[in-house]
Design a protein around this ligand. Structure first.
Ligand code: SAM
Length: 327
């Protein structure tokens, strides 16, 4: 088929395609000023004890939680291999890795089935869950999900660089993020990027000199899950807190957190990490994550004429647009 020819059954576009126009016109359905977000955070009355990490097994812990009590789950379980995160292949100084990362003492599939089974009961009807897995454990996680009433909405690939080097195989440089809901017809999803793809390119943070357990997720990954799938004041639940990255991001974004960690030695790091972040510290209205009118016009110069003619939806960023037009 020659370029430009139509596929059989392909509909003719009603309007001419203009690169960048959809981004310029894009608006976010739910957005809150910093004051509004703070008020929602201050007045929230969750069913679970807010802003709490309990040092116990998450399976026993989840079974004690009230039903329909959390708005969003972010779960990054242990890998199921003898992982201490101290190996020189990971470019880490062993004395900066906290002891006692707790691995599981049973078949990985059994452990996975047990904790995944607990999720649906504690999720509110419109709640979502993001479950993380490396490819070696993916089968167990997918099998466990099949045994629940949770619906797999997206299978996201997180592309990152882990710093390992291989000679006789490809370097593993991705992770799986399974996006699940209870009710596929009614779950909270605030599309805050115009073209939200299921491949996320997010580098791991390198924090030289900072003490942590060996498996910290990047804040940007958690912030993305929180921004798309929760409102200020919501309860973000993490059954495997690790370094408390989920809790730190929740607090910084005017959300409340609740979760478990088996390794009590992490308590000091949790207090330090959470103590150094004020509630709302990195909150900003979602439209501020979007490219500005100036950035879009720089990338797509043909948009300038349309902007000047007022042919676009100015609701997105009226102030920025006005100042741009006056230049
Ligand atoms: C992959 S790490 C989580 C890392 C975390 N997402 C972060 O960014 O720091 C998994 C954590 O689960 C903890 N863990 C293992 N089994 C557990 C269980 N049954 N209940 C609660 N925590 C557990 C481990 O000690 C470890 O800290």
């Amino acid at each position: 088929m020659a370029a430009g020819e139509k596929m059989p059954g392909q509909k003719k576009r009603k309007r001419e395609y203009i690169a960048g126009l959809a981004q310029l016109n894009f608006t976010i359905e739910f957005d809150w000023s910093k004051e509004e977000a703070k008020a929602m955070y201050d007045t929230a009355v969750p069913k679970v004890e807010k802003d709490t990490i309990l040092y116990e097994d998450c399976i026993a812990g989840m079974n004690k939680m009230p039903e329909e009590s959390v708005d969003l789950i972010i779960a990054d379980p242990p890998f199921g291999i003898e992982f201490s995160g101290k190996g020189s292949q990971y470019n880490r100084k062993p004395d900066l890795v906290e002891e006692g990362y707790v691995e599981i003492g049973e078949e990985y599939s059994t452990f996975t089935e047990k904790w995944v089974k607990c999720l649906s009961r504690i999720m509110k009807p419109a709640a979502s869950a993001y479950l993380l897995s490396g490819w070696t454990n993916l089968n167990d996680l997918l099998n466990a999900i099949k045994q629940t009433n949770l619906i797999l909405v997206n299978h996201i690939i997180w592309k990152y660089q882990f710093g390992v080097f291989t000679k006789r195989k490809f370097v593993s440089s991705h992770y799986h993020v399974l996006f699940l809901v209870k009710n596929e017809n009614d779950y909270f999803f605030n599309k805050c990027e115009q073209y939200a793809e299921d491949v996320w390119i997010i580098p791991r943070n390198y924090m030289p000199g900072q003490k942590k357990n060996g498996t910290k997720l990047p804040e940007d990954l958690i912030i993305k899950c929180i921004n798309f799938s929760s409102r200020p004041g919501d309860i973000i639940f993490d059954p495997f807190m690790g370094n408390a990255t989920t809790a730190v991001c929740a607090k910084g974004l005017y959300r409340h957190y609740h979760g478990f960690e088996l390794n009590e030695k992490m308590k000091g790091i949790h207090e330090e990490n959470l103590g150094s972040v004020k509630a709302g510290a990195f909150y900003k209205p979602l439209k501020e994550y979007l490219p500005s009118v100036e950035e879009l016009v720089e990338k797509y110069p043909h948009l300038k004429k349309l902007v000047q003619k007022g042919a676009t939806n100015t609701k997105k960023d009226a102030t920025a647009l006005d100042s741009f037009l006056q230049k």
